[in-house]
Design a protein around this ligand. Structure first.
Ligand SMILES: NC(=O)c1ccc[n+]([C@@H]2O[C@H](COP(=O)([O-])OP(=O)(O)OC[C@H]3O[C@@H](n4cnc5c(N)ncnc54)[C@H](O)[C@@H]3O)[C@@H](O)[C@H]2O)c1
Length: 271
């Protein structure tokens, strides 16, 4: 009995020690497109460091599944349906945050999609949809999230751009245009939000295996060509992208704003 009580005390002390070392203890975070892929990994990484994460996605069921998995590990989390192209969804999510913790310390603009179309044959509808999610959605969330980030006094806004915002690859010209705009927006917002104590940075992933890239990466010829162009000779994982987001979200990057971190296995360096 005594031994097990001692063990329990040790376990509790160790648990408290680990909790005390968590980088995002007492922080409040919101991630868009967190129902799958990179967004899910980001939400889980932020929660594992102690943040209360608002898991949002256009697919409310997917958001709820991710939040349940986070809660099952003993972390605080809230799921919300939020399509970044719908102003009323973004407004409602921000009011949910306001009515709850009342501030946001970390806001991650992750929701995005890709339309793989030969540029010459892309329809207006395809272009508008791509722009509405990848750029207009980022603008809307960054704008409407300002009030809650400002309340933090030490806010961190992280945008997920892409290596394709800096490079061209067929057939991704339109996607590149939206992601290049996110890179430029990140720098502009760093300037506008700095007086309010909000840092703004971007993470630019290379190729990561998710639903977004499934079709390309399952094609052995295309997959080989891409791996050959990557210095580390493999694709990245969503968790590796999430670790870069953790850096920008935490005080470890307290003197960094307006920056973009390529997490691409060296692909851009080699192109
Ligand atoms: N996978 C890669 O190789 C890669 C590379 C560079 C950049 N990125 C970027 O990373 C981000 C995440 O990509 P992923 O690979 O995880 O994609 P994914 O398709 O696996 O997941 C995207 C998630 O975003 C959600 N989403 C899509 N449209 C939305 C909207 N309008 N509102 C809210 N949620 C929406 C989806 O429901 C899904 O849960 C995107 O911005 C993407 O452009 C991905």
């Amino acid at each position: 009995m005594i031994a097990s009580a001692g063990l329990a005390t040790y376990a509790w002390v160790s648990f408290k020690k680990v909790m005390a070392n968590m980088r995002l203890d007492n922080k409040i975070a919101l991630v868009t497109g967190a129902g799958a892929g990179i967004g899910r990994a980001i939400a889980e990484a932020l929660a594992s460091e102690g943040a209360h994460v608002f898991v949002t996605d256009q697919n409310g069921e997917a958001a709820a599944v991710v939040a349940a998995a986070i809660a099952a590990k003993g972390h605080r989390t809230t799921a919300a349906t939020m399509d970044v192209t719908r102003g009323q969804d973004v407004f409602a999510a921000m009011r949910l945050v306001e009515a709850g913790p009342g501030r946001l310390d970390i806001l991650v603009n992750n929701a995005g999609l890709n339309v793989r179309a030969d540029f010459r044959h892309m329809t207006d509808e395809e272009w508008v949809r791509l722009r509405e999610v990848n750029l207009d959605g980022v603008v809307r969330v960054a704008r409407d999230g300002f009030g809650m980030l400002r309340k933090s006094g030490k806010g961190s806004l992280v945008n997920i751009s892409s290596i394709m915002g800096q490079r061209g690859l067929r057939p991704l010209a339109a996607y590149s245009a939206t992601k290049g705009a996110v890179t430029a927006l990140t720098k502009g917002l760093a300037v506008e939000y700095a007086p309010f104590g909000i840092r703004v940075n971007a993470v630019a992933p290379g190729y990561v295996e998710t639903a977004l890239t499934e079709r390309v990466l399952r094609n052995p010829l295309m997959a080989k060509a891409l791996v050959d162009r990557t210095l580390l000779k493999r694709f990245g994982t969503a968790e590796e992208i999430a670790r870069a987001v953790l850096f920008f979200a935490s005080d470890e990057s307290s003197y960094v704003t307006g920056a973009e971190l390529l997490v691409d296995g060296g692909m851009a360096a080699a192109l």
